[in-house]
Design a binder for this molecule. Sequence first.
Ligand code: SF4
Length: 484
Amino acid sequence: MAELKYDKKSGRILFTKEMRRQYKILAPNMLPVHFKLFEKVLQRAGYDVEVLKNDSHRVVEEGLKHVHNDTCYPALLVIGQMIDALNSGKYDVNKTALMITQTGGGCRASNYIHLLRKALKSAGYEQVPVISVNLSGLESNPGFTVTPALVMQFVASLVYGDLLMLLNNQVKAYEVNVGESEALVDSWVDRLLEQFARGKGMLGEEFRANLRQIADEFDAIPVNRVPKVKVGVVGEIYVKYSPLANNHLEEFLASQDCEVMVPGLMGFVLFKVDNRLDDIRLYGGSSMKYKAVSVLKEFCTKMESAMLDALKDHPHFTAPSPYAHLRTLVNGVVGYGSKMGEGWLLTAEMLELCESGYENIVCTQPFGCLPNHINGKGMIGRIRKVSPNANITPIDYDPSATKVNQENRIKLMLAVARENLAERLAAEAAEATQAAKTADTAINDRAEVEIVADDRPSGDVIEVKVSLTPEKPSAKSGKKPEQV
Ligand code: SF4
């Protein structure tokens, strides 16, 4: 065990340079594909990081034991997962550190770290240091530094994760050979990890070429695109993404024969970065900070464009809208100052899903999460005014909410979605029949049919000549009729 050093001001245990060489660092999981890539990026930077996979009911039990049950459900799960891992006996608790993000916003996500330290104390792991990953200067440690290179590699991994998640969802629902799309995700994760290990694939042309190839390979998977109910999933970031928190929501929707769309992580990152600029614009602040944050925003926007470019030649896929468009969608709906938690982005994501044909939406919310209840559930009425087709169901997640209850509520939303889909298909079919009839009548009115040869005893027509009377000249175009 390394010598324990404490921060003079707060008294917390510091993660020292000595610990960096000796300690295993455990991080909670949220998005399986993204976090596998993040893990590799951190390992390459010299940190012995392991993203946790324990997800049994013990996680909730440990969370409930050490975190007040009124606390945000994501905090309860993240802390429960870490304590459960420390209890497992798999790790030397005197050579293990924990890692957690701090968003830097006013929401409780910036304060999970304090709840975690309190929980460690009550569980008997006071000696375990906690590393904060943040870009807001909230907490620092001598043994952990967020360098520009690390940020760039994180953003690249995030884009890969977003693209793989997007394409997997859009192909999996229609694939002819079940499992092909998931297998391609796994294969790409392996290929990317191998490239990362060699310091490749994270930037420039290598990065763009990988994105294009990913899109090409997903487009080559044989599919049968029958009409299906399309469902968007939004909500509090952890509950939206983590199968542990949302009771495997995506799997459930797939079992109901739906195509799922989950907005990517890049929107959230750009939202958080942009918030810093909004803060300075609304309340004032350092111009140096404004410039530095603007550079980061520009970099993230470029990376986002690289992903959207890779999808340009693949019209089968629905590309997500760029963050800049999401921002315009909430104009007049909710203010940019509403930025606790997912803030206005949550409303924007729902509007964007409606715009791109995913108007059936599950809005996942931790029970009692005020920011998400305001910008999620609280905005449904406003969203319906803009998109009358919106079919949104807010679902609460907490330790006492049962999976069966949640799924039954989603099934009610899906019943409406299926009716809407059937009505839409019937209307499209009627429209197509009417269009065909109109075209048929127009041709019949102009057609003269002449039998030119009928030399068989049965009298079957074997050769006919059809002449179409030329259309009248269009008053608008003034063109002469075509001679047929
Ligand atoms: S967004 Fe909601 S759940 Fe997440 S930290 Fe804030 S209050 Fe808690």
